[in-house]
Ligand binder design. Structure first.
Ligand SMILES: [Mn+2]
Length: 329
């Protein structure tokens, strides 16, 4: 299946304009872009009197529920029944693997489904696809739909905050290579419209618990630099989680920290389970000429992922896993 647009912005906009009942959803565990894209689009649809459902597969990002204004959020659970609608919209993904809890129900409605996405691949065979893989965030595309449908609500607080959260989070607050002139132009337009970007930064990025910092200290004190500081290895044992009171999910972004050292090309974080489950290994690598393909590393442990970010789950003894990871460098 070719993953490319088969409908113009105007024609897709017309579908959004005429449908009386629309369900808008996105990938499970939505990030800022997924969440912001759904909320911005739903707010515009709500204002044009569409009966709209903003459907999310949880968890939704902490701290973002108060940017939704009057858009009511529906959370998917095992009992959820997808209602009949004139149009189903999937934003920020076109991959069934990312929408799997909803697949069985949504698959019946492919003839009236519109995918709006900025990824390069996808397998949801929707009748309508509006794909722009050059867009830094799906919210960049949604901004074009806002202009197409109801340009005057662009300055609406709900719409502008949601779009800003989308573009800022998907570009790492405008530092990733996907950031392009249009991204900054949109950000400028949104800030001019009154977006409080510093407040949104705090809402999105400064929401952690103190336990996370305590665990971070443990992770950093475990740091080993290998192969002339080309690789950084960190280990968190079961006791580290228990003694700090931190949760396994609170290791998020620890793998970014050692990358501040110029020579570090690869970071590995090994986490023991707190409930005797498998050991979790996360790999990251920096882009560039000598970029290391960490998906291959993860493959050695029965895992996989992307060239720059990969992972594996392994059963067994932590010290044996550690030895095997050290032997990679
Ligand atoms: Mn995105």
């Amino acid at each position: 299946m070719k993953y490319e647009s088969n409908i113009t912005l105007q024609a897709a906009g017309q579908k959004l304009r005429v449908a009386k009942k629309i369900v808008v959803t996105t990938h499970a565990k939505p990030d800022g872009d997924a969440f912001g894209s759904v909320i911005a689009l739903c707010e515009v649809l709500r204002r044009q009197q569409t009966d709209v459902t903003a459907l999310f597969m949880p968890p939704i990002p902490d701290g973002l529920t108060d940017i939704c204004g009057e858009v009511a959020i529906t959370l998917f659970d095992d009992d959820y029944q997808l209602s009949e609608a004139d149009l189903y919209v999937v934003v920020d993904t076109g991959a069934w693997s990312q929408v799997s809890p909803l697949r069985e129900q949504l698959e019946k409605h492919m003839d009236k489904t519109l995918v709006i996405d900025h990824h390069i691949s996808g397998d949801i065979d929707a009748a309508f696809k509006f794909i722009d893989s050059k867009a830094a965030a799906c919210a960049e595309i949604i901004a074009r739909f806002v202009d197409e449908l109801m340009a005057h609500v662009f300055e609406d607080k709900v719409v502008s905050n949601a779009l800003y959260v989308g573009i800022a989070t998907d570009t790492g607050w405008f530092k990733f290579s996907n950031t392009r002139p249009q991204t900054h132009e949109l950000a400028a337009r949104l800030i001019a419209a009154g977006v409080d970007h510093a407040a949104l930064y705090a809402k999105c990025e400064q929401t952690e618990r103190p336990e996370k910092l305590k665990l971070m200290i443990r992770a950093l004190s475990s740091l080993e630099l290998l192969n002339d500081a080309n690789a950084a290895l960190m280990v968190l044992r079961k006791a580290d989680f228990i003694e700090t009171g931190a949760l396994p999910v609170e290791t998020e972004r620890f793998v970014d920290i050692p990358q501040v050292v110029s020579s570090v090309q690869v970071v590995v974080l090994i986490c023991e389970s707190t409930d005797d489950g498998p050991i979790r290994i996360s790999f990251r690598s920096k882009p560039g000429e000598n970029a290391v393909n960490v998906a291959e590393f993860a493959g050695n442990f029965g895992g996989g992922g992307h060239a720059r970010a990969a992972g594996a789950k392994v059963d067994g003894d932590l010290d044996k896993v550690l030895a095997k990871v050290r032997a990679l460098f």
